[in-house]
Write a protein that binds this ligand. Structure first.
Ligand code: SAM
Ligand code: DTB
Ligand code: SF4
Length: 318
């Protein structure tokens, strides 16, 4: 067992993590806020802005995704954007207060030509003085070393759900392949951003197992995005039953088994009431995607977010 277990408030076993989940709601939130304050400055929020640099036509069959070529979704496909367009979008995000710019591409794995363009995009974002993040699908060791040389700060690669539930959601790739890419990123010294999606029909034990899997990575991911499923018409999960919002908040709170990781309230925030977002922050979420669009779906508007930060006395980090 890696020594990171010492910093978790509970032993890193599935039963112990599930027991944390099962605490009375207020006890869990109280504990989560206490642990959070031991490791982070209270009332601070990190904001990242997202841009989809290549949309749709993806070879994978992720059952939640608007960009999979396997499903007939409302998405319009779009090839890889030009470097200048991406750097201009990063400048606009920076002017709006974002400190990190995240670029996503609907690829199973980038080609050599794709990589050359993405490397130029990363360098352009870094030249602005922003942190850079990309999510490009699976990578080999040479690609990881190109990203490191370009100055990449974060790579987003989600495990998405538990090992047991994974093949209910996607069959064109496997859980261990996700872990293999994450291991390459860690070995290169690039920060890992890895989390998952809630509300895909998984059980509480699956949610516990997903967080446990992340918590037993060594080192733990620096950033953990928690997405609430956005139900995209045409995908197999278009009619998934709604997840109880308090279960969503509990999952964020159990994120304290990764006490030093930023927990990012990610997809699905547009559908959350302000009260639910306030509870998520109380449970320890301290990062969001900021900007009117995620990759292909709507995000909470920036104006609304700024007003919410004021009402909740949240300060933007950096
Ligand atoms: N293609 C790359 C990959 O899958 O790793 C990067 C882009 S992919 C769209 C990034 C992440 O977005 C997924 O891992 C998933 O967690 C999240 N995501 C995609 N569609 C979503 C949806 N409909 N609702 C919630 N999260 C979603
Ligand atoms: C992550 O975990 N969430 C972001 C980011 N990583 C790339 C993506 C959310 C996508 C939501 C669905 C969409 O807009 O297509
Ligand atoms: Fe492709 Fe990523 Fe969407 Fe899966 S989640 S279909 S890999 S873009």
């Amino acid at each position: 067992m890696p020594n990171i277990a010492a910093t978790s408030p509970v032993p890193l076993t599935l039963d112990a993590v599930e027991a944390l989940f099962n605490l009375p709601f207020s006890d869990l939130l109280f504990q989560a806020q206490q642990v959070h304050r031991r490791h982070f400055t209270a009332n601070q929020i990190q904001i990242s802005t997202l841009l989809n640099i290549k949309s749709g036509g993806c070879a994978e069959n992720c059952g939640y995704c608007s960009q999979s070529a396997h499903y007939d979704t409302p998405l319009v496909r779009q090839g890889l954007l030009a470097v200048e367009e991406v750097v201009n979008a990063a400048k606009a995000a920076q002017a709006g207060g974002a400190t990190r710019f995240c670029m996503g591409a609907a690829w199973r794995q980038p080609t050599a030509n794709d990589m050359a363009v993405v490397v130029a995009m990363i360098k352009g974002v870094k030249a602005l003085g922003m942190e850079s993040c990309v999510t490009l699908g699976r990578l080999d060791a040479a690609q990881v070393s190109d990203l490191k040389a370009a100055g990449l700060d974060y790579y987003n690669h989600n495990i998405d759900t538990s090992r047991d539930y994974y093949d209910k959601v996607v069959t064109t790739r496997h859980f261990d392949e996700r872990l293999a890419t994450i291991a390459l990123i860690q070995e290169a010294g690039i920060h890992v951003c890895s989390g998952g999606i809630l509300g895909m029909g998984e059980s509480r034990r699956d949610r516990a197992a997903m967080l446990l899997e992340l918590a037993t990575l060594d080192p733990q991911p620096q950033s953990v995005p928690i997405n609430l499923l956005v139900k995209v018409p045409g995908t197999p999960l278009a009619n998934a039953p709604d997840l109880d919002i308090f279960e969503f908040i509990r999952t964020i709170a159990v994120g304290i088994i990764l006490p030093r990781s930023y927990v990012r309230l990610s997809a699905g925030r547009e559908s959350l009431h302000d009260e639910a977002q306030a509870l998520a922050f109380l449970a320890g979420a301290n990062s969001i995607f900021y900007g009117d669009k995620l990759l292909t779906t709507a995000n909470a508007s920036s104006d609304h977010d700024r007003a919410l930060f004021r009402r909740l006395d949240l300060q933007i980090e950096g």
